[in-house]
Design a binder for this molecule. Structure first.
Ligand SMILES: [Fe+2]
Ligand SMILES: [Fe+2]
Length: 501
């Protein structure tokens, strides 16, 4: 237990993250210290989001949560109503301290209703409030309603070779213009790979960096984060002593303070187990929205074995994947599997959409990987043995077969950094493209041996109507790369998923 004093000291710092994390001055906002220092910021015309950003989450039938972060001391309130330009209701004024995220509940809403709102703020001593432009959100849709949700793949701001901030902002603004009710990030959005000194500030920096970017769309849409391997938010790290444990606690604490993820409450079910030093993980959750069931799975918080890359640490090493691993060791865990099975069995929704960072949380490919171990039942790797019944006692079916049995329409994943659409047993495996790859690559395409593949960048727009869901890959380009035949907003690929009867 000789690591305990250090851990206590760190957890004290983590509590400081929770209660009063400190941001840089407004002029430097969007360029937090630590990971990605100085390089990755919004274009100047969007810098208001550095000074004050709003992210919506946990949209329900009668409430939504707005998470506010300001660079300076401010007072803010939200006025809202059901008609554009008319705001009959408002939240009480909220005092914002520099860098301290505050959740503002917007209660007493009507189900199945679009609301229009404005964020108002003033500096201490100012008489008048400044009003932001009008935004909107929607409460839980009723069956039969047509609505849109959007999905982005790995944004990887720490990798200049596949992530350009101006293109990222452009993609987010293009998605916001669709006015989606819901917005999903597939993971690898908050990498701590470049963190060398582990402390609250360095682990929070990737989350602060994303705030002004994601607020571009999440001021209009309830945001849902999927955990990726580069977040290093994992049970394997949590179960280690010292630095790795501190990383797991620190990043999950920052994530839940800066982004309002659901727990098992209201219209949501999900992970009910609290972790020491963190509380509820808010990592896997499910809910119904209109005619669709949405399920977000977590590949990393329930596997005692290391799933993918490790935390590089102070020397920048230890990033390797585990050597000679037994793929049966990688797991969603009994609790998450049972909850997933219950969720699918209990849903009569016409559409079922499932999200995870990747099949088995590691490897490359979609349907190719879906055949193995707890996802598909076959052993993987040279000399690997074992069968599903003995490796997963009490599990009715492997994950893929469970999804096929219960009519999952689309399984969304990230991690492979391209657009790829495949199908197996009626389940679409949809690899989601990068939002900000300014080299417009088609990474890992060799791993996909079937289906339709397209190059980056852009996002997915899914329009759910009573009879079918239309999935569209919306391309996004930097202005300098647009031509007569390639423009932001072009549809690179499209298909429909029929409603289950
Ligand atoms: Fe990635
Ligand atoms: Fe990944």
């Amino acid at each position: 237990m000789d690591h305990e004093p250090d851990r206590r000291a760190f957890l004290g710092a983590a509590a400081a993250v929770a209660g009063g994390l400190t941001l840089a001055p407004e002029s430097a906002m969007g360029q937090p210290k630590g990971a990605n220092a100085g390089a990755y910021a919004l274009p100047a015309d969007l810098s208001a989001h550095n000074a004050l950003s709003l992210v919506l989450g946990r949209a329900g039938d009668k409430s939504v949560t707005a998470n506010l972060v300001a660079a300076d001391r401010l007072e803010a309130f939200i006025e809202y109503g059901t008609e554009a330009g008319k705001y009959a209701l408002k939240t009480p004024p909220t005092a914002l301290a520099p860098g301290q995220p505050v959740e503002v509940a917007i209660p007493d809403l009507r189900p199945g209703t679009r609301y229009f709102y404005r964020l108002n703020f003033r500096r201490p001593g100012d008489a008048a409030f400044n009003a932001r432009a009008e935004c909107q959100f929607h409460t839980q849709r009723k069956p039969g309603d047509t609505f849109t949700f959007c999905v982005q793949g790995d944004s990887h701001p720490e990798r200049p070779q596949m992530s350009e901030p101006n293109l990222y902002a452009r993609t987010l603004q293009r998605a916001a213009a669709d006015r989606p009710d819901l917005y999903f990030c597939m993971g690898d959005d908050f990498s701590v790979n470049k963190v060398r000194a582990v402390n609250a500030e360095s682990l929070t920096a990737p989350y602060l960096l994303q705030r002004p970017f994601l607020s571009l769309v999440a001021q209009f849409a309830s945001l849902y984060l999927v955990n990726g391997n580069h977040e290093q938010a994992s049970l394997f790290n949590f179960n280690q002593k010292g630095e790795l444990h501190d990383v797991a606690v620190g990043v999950q604490t920052a994530r839940n303070k800066l982004f309002p993820m659901p727990a098992a409450e209201g219209i949501y079910t999900g992970d009910a187990r609290a972790f020491r030093g963190i509380g509820l993980l808010r990592d896997y959750f499910a809910w119904t929205w209109g005619d669709a069931l949405f399920v977000v799975l977590d590949n990393y918080w329930h596997s005692p074995a290391q799933v993918d890359t490790g935390f590089p640490g102070g020397a920048g090493k230890r990033e390797d994947k585990p050597k000679n691993r037994d793929w049966w060791d990688i797991t969603l865990g009994d609790d998450q599997y049972r909850w997933f099975k219950r969720t699918l069995e209990g849903s009569k929704a016409k559409f079922k959409f499932v999200f995870a960072h990747h099949v088995l949380g590691s490897g490359r490919g979609g349907v190719e990987m879906s055949e193995f171990c707890e996802w598909g039942g076959k052993p993987r790797g040279k000399g690997a043995g074992g069968d599903f019944k003995t490796k997963r006692p009490g599990w009715e079916l492997p994950v893929h077969q469970l999804m096929a049995k219960h009519g999952v329409g689309v399984f969304f994943q990230g991690h492979d950094h391209l657009y790829a659409r495949q199908e197996r047993d009626g389940v679409v495996y949809q690899e989601v493209p990068l939002p900000a790859d300014h080299l417009y690559a088609t990474h890992n395409e060799d791993a996909y041996t079937s289906g339709t593949k397209r190059a980056n960048s852009g996002y997915l727009r899914v329009t759910v109507s009573p009879d079918e869901a239309q999935v569209e890959y919306v391309r996004c380009w930097l202005p300098k790369d647009e031509t007569a035949t390639q423009k932001t907003g072009d549809i690179a690929h499209s298909y429909t998923v029929k409603a289950r009867s």
